[in-house]
Write a protein that binds this ligand. Structure first.
Ligand code: ADP
Length: 512
């Protein structure tokens, strides 16, 4: 049974349940938007048995706070709440939905500093990056508040004179949304903004590492006047997540599942969703190649490489994972890149203004970086800079560049998701494209060149969903985000972002 508790429990340094929050954290987390309960059917609720799980500071491993630990029962309650509110939400006019999304957007901007602090607290990313994420996240609510009013159908010419063909676009129904920890706000709004805009209702399961941002967004959705049951959030611990995921992917009341995370988890969810044939939208892993051709503008390539590789301490699915550098420019690229890394990257607490590299999300993430480095070194790679944990703490890692990397090394085959730049030297364009495409995933790909013919050739040949030409940072709400091969299904953002939440209905008028 779900029990309602008072939501405004928070006071600086005050104990709640069995968990007391140190003053140090309470001042950083802020007091207005911190929520610890699930948000279901417009109410803040405890999980059964008042179960909670801890939210940790990735920089220290210390507990920040604790939140309700929802299981399958709460997941079913949330799905039911979303289903019950579906009829009225889809019957609202697109302008009404648009206005509410816009209010939600305005509230995000109004609370941007506090939302950013929450991200830095639970994710560890530098405050400046957290603020960028909030603006980026809010931009999807703004974008989809605008798109809500442009979900056009078609009137199609017919070959039968007594018939007319209409094509309607209608909301698919309840959508389950499972989000990752690396962009705890932006991945939520990119999905929920699109779903709500077209008349779907949603149940969000945030990543266990970062539930606070999702709960804060629920509070703002509530303040914006989004009706009860339209937007639900059920935090869940790592151990309960599989059973919650199963409900979200199999409950007959759910029509669609939208997921961002690892390819391995995406495959589990796809399998589960297949039994009831749910529509699936998957943003999965990448292995982004970053190719620097001899004709590249070297300074621009180095700046782009730094931005693409080290944003969020290398923990994004579009981060450059493999640097392919042509032999003529190779040595000067490595030299300049190392200088730039040593000059511009600063490891430390995300709350320190000078920090550009926060901690990795957890110990497991650090071990993966270490294993990629030791594997590469054992096969002949050289550590040019970095290579080990940073003195700031166990989850901090030195920005690292490896040279002499070959395609048989783990770091060239698997997403590292950390601050590791492995450099592979190549000779010809054909060789670079072959290496870049030798992967079963294809999300983002980058290359630097000033040869126009080469630019067209390579842009067309790269087997990815997103191409950056002489650019290292590409994400924006106006452009479609998504991958090919095992990087996923569907596109988010852009005018295509609503498609995953819509059904197309053919209506035939006869006897005219
Ligand atoms: P990572 O390994 O980087 O944490 P995951 O794909 O495991 O990436 O996590 C992304 C999201 O998927 C998180 O919200 C996580 O809780 C969720 N998740 C992980 N395993 C499952 C599962 N079996 N069912 C449903 N959700 C899952």
């Amino acid at each position: 049974m779900l029990r309602r508790l008072h939501s405004g429990f928070w006071a600086l340094g005050v104990a709640f349940g069995s968990c007391s929050v140190p003053r140090f954290y309470s001042s950083r987390l802020g007091s207005e938007l911190l929520r610890s309960q699930a948000y279901i059917g417009g109410r803040w609720l405890d999980a059964d048995g008042r179960a909670q799980f801890p939210v940790l500071d990735p920089a220290s491993g210390q507990q920040l706070t604790a939140v309700s630990d929802c299981g399958p029962q709460e997941a079913r309650e949330a799905v039911r709440a979303a289903y019950n509110s579906l009829a009225s939400w889809k019957a609202a006019t697109s302008k009404e939905r648009s206005n509410l999304l816009r209010k939600w957007y305005d509230l995000m901007l109004k609370n941007k500093d506090e939302l950013a602090r929450l991200i830095t607290a639970e994710n560890g990313k530098p405050l400046k990056e957290s603020l960028s994420e909030i603006l980026y996240a809010a931009s999807f609510l703004e974008w989809f508040s605008e798109e809500a009013r442009r979900v056009y159908g078609d009137v199609v010419p017919t070959s039968s004179p007594d018939r007319r063909i209409l094509i309607l676009k209608q909301p698919i129904g309840v959508a389950s949304i499972i989000t990752p920890w690396n962009f705890p706000s932006a991945m939520l709004t990119r999905k929920a903004g699109a779903a709500l805009a077209v008349g779907c209702t949603v149940v969000v399961k945030p990543a266990e590492d970062t539930p606070l941002s999702a709960l804060a967004l629920a509070e703002l959705a509530d303040q914006a006047g989004i009706p009860a049951g339209v937007f639900n959030v059920i935090p869940s611990s790592k151990s309960k997540t599989p059973s919650v995921g199963e409900v979200l992917c199999t409950d007959p009341l759910v029509a669609a599942i939208s997921f961002t995370g690892s390819t391995a988890t995406g495959k589990i969810l796809l399998r589960q969703a297949s039994d009831t044939v749910k529509k699936a939208s998957m943003e999965l892993g990448g292995l982004a190649p970053f190719i620097v051709f001899d004709s590249a503008n070297l300074d621009r390539a180095v700046a782009g490489a730094l931005a693409s590789k080290f944003r969020n301490t290398g923990q994004t699915c579009v981060c450059a994972n493999r640097f392919l550098v042509q032999e003529g420019i190779h040595d000067s690229f490595v030299e300049k890149m190392v200088k730039a890394m040593q000059r511009d990257l600063r490891v430390g607490s995300g709350f320190d203004e000078l920090t550009t590299q926060g901690p990795l999300i957890n110990e497991r993430a650090v071990q993966k970086v270490e294993s990629h480095i030791s594997d590469a070194v054992s096969l002949g790679a050289c550590i040019v800079t970095g290579g080990k944990r940073h003195s700031s703490g166990a989850t901090f890692f030195e920005p690292t560049l490896l040279s002499n990397v070959t395609t048989d090394m783990l770091c060239a085959q698997e997403e590292t998701f950390g601050p590791l730049a492995p450099v592979i030297k190549f000779q010809t364009e054909e060789e670079a494209v072959t290496i870049a495409n030798a992967s079963n995933v294809g999300l983002a790909g980058y290359f630097y060149s000033s040869n126009l013919a080469q630019i067209w050739r390579v842009a067309e040949q790269l087997e990815v969903g997103i191409v950056g030409i002489n650019e290292g940072l590409l994400s924006t709400p106006e452009a479609p985000f998504g991958g090919v091969k095992q990087s996923g299904l569907g596109r988010e953002g852009s005018k295509y972002g609503v498609d995953d939440y819509l059904e197309i209905k053919y209506v035939c008028f006869g006897g005219l």
